[in-house]
Write a protein that binds this ligand. Structure first.
Ligand code: CP3
Length: 344
């Protein structure tokens, strides 16, 4: 059905029988690649994101250089707050900053859901261009941040170790929190649909901070909106949910209708399998810091990881984004070890 030369990633998401697991790395576009750092020195962050030719070039780099089985479009999760009308600054060494935080009814009322997806048309242009340039080599993943994670940045205004102000907002003003989450969700659904229309074969929803929530709070402030996104997108493409740290929600997520779920390295393979049955493909969960060891050590640990998860209904990946200081040879060793995996 597909004109893809390598559709291993999509076959794993469909639960088809494969000879080896597909492999890609979260945050593989950017960060550690010298070819990326050249473009980073020349253009500021949002120029790289908003120029389809640059975003396309950066997306293809890990396919050409490390040989991943899937590409992920180069962009950022914080383009949604921008499209809703917020200012987002990305300063070197500081991470993202949103100078105007959202905390009141008036702040929420000012957010413009209408037209948000259209304002992100440059991402769709980058996706169409990348599909063309990939020429069927591997599938292309589109993505967005999960509503709770986006709320964290919009309320807090910057990264945080605990996101306690964002949680305080949810717990003390739940009515406002749900309004904000719904606005983010509505914009995200339109945006992800546009990514699929432009050619994305799959979408991943990054809930980087969901693990900050207790299980019942995740159900209320996290899962509710992940479910809305999954309901809207899963008839159109494969959906992978990555609620980092929310190990307690694996069973719930396995019944969501998503094709895949990402897990981090704190989750044992047997536990993840037991919680999800054969209902969903598991993606993960190599500790990104293990890529700072040696190619031989990486190969040994990758083999152990695949032995534990099994080859079927599994996508080899990291448990979170690749670190900026990973040597390219080690990233290659990770990908090669998956490709060379032989069942004992
Ligand atoms: O996966 C990919 O390679 C595609 C590109 C991508 C970026 N950000 C590019 C980027 C993706 C999928 C993201 C997602 C993202 N952005 C998340 C969710 C995933 C995760 O790691 O938890 C989050 C929380 C953000 C927000 C964000 N953007 C932060 C906290 C930072 C600063 C620190 C950092 O590097 O993560 C960014 C900036 C950013 N986004 C960079 C890149 C390559 C680094 C800045 C630069 O290269 O100029």
């Amino acid at each position: 059905m597909s004109e893809l030369k390598n559709d291993l990633f999509l076959r794993a998401l469909r639960g088809e029988v494969v000879d080896r697991p597909p492999v890609w790395m979260m945050r593989q576009a950017g960060r550690y690649l010298p070819e990326y750092l050249v473009l980073k020195a020349k253009y500021d962050f949002f120029t790289r994101v908003e120029t389809p030719e640059l975003a396309c070039e950066i997306t293809l780099q890990p396919i050409d250089i490390v040989g991943s089985d899937a590409a992920i479009i180069f962009s950022d999760i914080l383009v949604i707050p921008q499209a809703l009308g917020e200012t987002v600054l990305m300063e070197e060494g500081k991470g993202p900053t949103l100078p105007h935080t959202v905390t009141t009814q008036a702040d929420i009322d000012a957010l413009q859901v209408e037209g948000a997806a259209e304002r992100l048309d440059y991402v769709c242009k980058a996706i169409s261009l990348t599909k063309k340039e990939l020429n069927g080599r591997v599938p292309l993943i589109g993505f967005a941040g999960a509503p709770f994670t986006i709320l964290c940045y919009m309320v807090e205004g910057k990264g945080s170790k605990t996101f306690d102000r964002a949680k305080q907002f949810c717990f003390s003003q739940p009515h406002l929190a749900h309004q904000l989450l719904q606005k983010i969700t509505d914009a995200t659904i339109s945006y992800l649909k546009a990514q699929v229309a432009a050619g994305a074969d799959c979408v991943q929803v990054f809930d980087s901070w969901s693990g900050m929530l207790a299980p019942e709070d995740f159900t209320a402030f996290g899962f509710e909106y992940l479910q809305q996104i999954t309901d809207a997108l899963s008839p159109l493409c494969h959906v992978i949910l990555f609620p980092k740290g929310s190990w307690y929600a694996l069973n719930q997520i396995s019944h969501s209708g998503a094709s895949g779920v990402g897990i981090d390295w704190t989750v044992p393979a047997a536990y993840a399998r037991e919680q999800t049955g054969n209902r969903i493909t598991i993606q993960g969960n190599f500790d990104p810091a293990r890529l700072l060891t040696s190619p031989a050590e990486i190969k040994k640990e990758v083999t152990k990881m695949i032995d534990a998860f099994g080859v079927q209904r599994y996508i080899a990946n990291l448990g979170h984004g690749i670190l900026p200081n990973v040597p390219v040879d080690n990233a290659k060793a990770f990908v090669d070890a998956v490709k060379e995996y032989k069942k004992k």
